[in-house]
Design a protein around this ligand. Structure first.
Ligand SMILES: [Zn+2]
Length: 283
């Protein structure tokens, strides 16, 4: 007897009762992360992210399955081909052939709710945190740097748990508009990122950043260990030696609270450029 994961009602409606989730509602429709999609009910690996493609149909689409993991059966409608987990029989969706979407000419049209995504673990990546004013502008430069794998904007340094944007802009949560930068240290170093931080905002401003005035817009380097702290201090001292009045604080990182979705990759989504941050070569 196989041991299955407990399913919610919504999951059962698709996985057991062979229902279909509403198009454009599934959580994996636009997921582009690298990893493996496994069966929600039995955890058997079913699809690789490399085989996922955009069919603009409203459901995650794959042009291949992990060998032997997906079984094709004639649908109850006698017309379509249903696909089920070969291990546990969970309903996944349907497979369509000959649509010319990809070279494999196959589309597994799969309900997100039948799947669970397991991202590739990448132990070689590092994370760093900065604040330098409006986080839209801060993120704009970091996300473009080679070796930066992922960026997120959020809040750090304050006392309020689960802060919202509205709370932070009132300026009394103690939080700074901050960014998390995930990078590959074999491509870009922590020192490179510290230099980029200093070169993309006015680190001498005391009351905010550019036109954005308030305590949530102050400049901080949040270090996670003594090594990062030493590197941050090294570049700060170079600026002091050059005669700059550095307002940036170098403080220990605390919990990073990710901001609301509409703030993420803001300028990239809007196709515009920041008003609050410019790149200036210093080092
Ligand atoms: Zn299964």
């Amino acid at each position: 007897m196989m041991k299955f994961n407990k399913l919610t009602q919504a999951e059962e409606a698709v996985i057991i009762d062979k229902g279909t989730e509403r198009p454009y509602t599934g959580q994996y429709l636009n997921n582009e992360q690298e990893g493996t999609y496994v069966c929600k009910r039995c955890d058997a690996p079913l699809y690789k992210s490399n085989d996922k493609f955009d069919a603009s149909c409203g459901w995650p689409s794959f042009d291949d399955e992990i060998e032997g993991s997906v079984k094709r059966v004639v649908d109850a409608d006698g017309r379509r081909t249903e696909i089920i987990c070969n291990n546990c029989g969970a309903h996944l969706g349907h497979v369509f052939l000959g649509e010319q979407f990809t070279n494999k000419n196959t589309r597994h049209c799969v309900n997100s709710i039948s799947l669970k995504f397991v991202p590739v673990e990448n132990d070689s990546l590092e994370k760093v945190y900065f604040s330098s004013g409006c986080f839209w502008g801060t993120e704009y430069y970091f996300m473009k740097a080679p070796g930066v794998v992922e960026t997120s904007v959020g809040y750090m340094g304050g006392h309020k748990e689960n802060p919202t944007y509205e709370e932070v802009i009132r300026g009394n949560t103690g939080h700074f508009e901050s960014i998390e930068v995930v990078y590959d240290p074999s491509v870009i170093t922590y020192g490179d990122l510290v230099r980029l931080f200093y070169e993309t905002h006015d680190f001498t401003q005391l009351n905010g950043q550019g036109p954005d005035i308030g305590p949530q817009y102050l400049s901080n380097i949040f270090y996670k260990d003594e090594e990062q702290k030493a590197i941050a201090e090294k570049y700060t001292n170079i600026l002091l030696d050059k005669g700059y009045q550095v307002a940036t604080m170098i403080v220990p990182a605390t919990k990073f609270w990710k901001a609301e979705d509409y703030h993420q990759q803001y300028y990239e989504q809007k196709g515009t450029t920041p008003y609050c941050h410019v790149y200036t070569k210093i080092f």
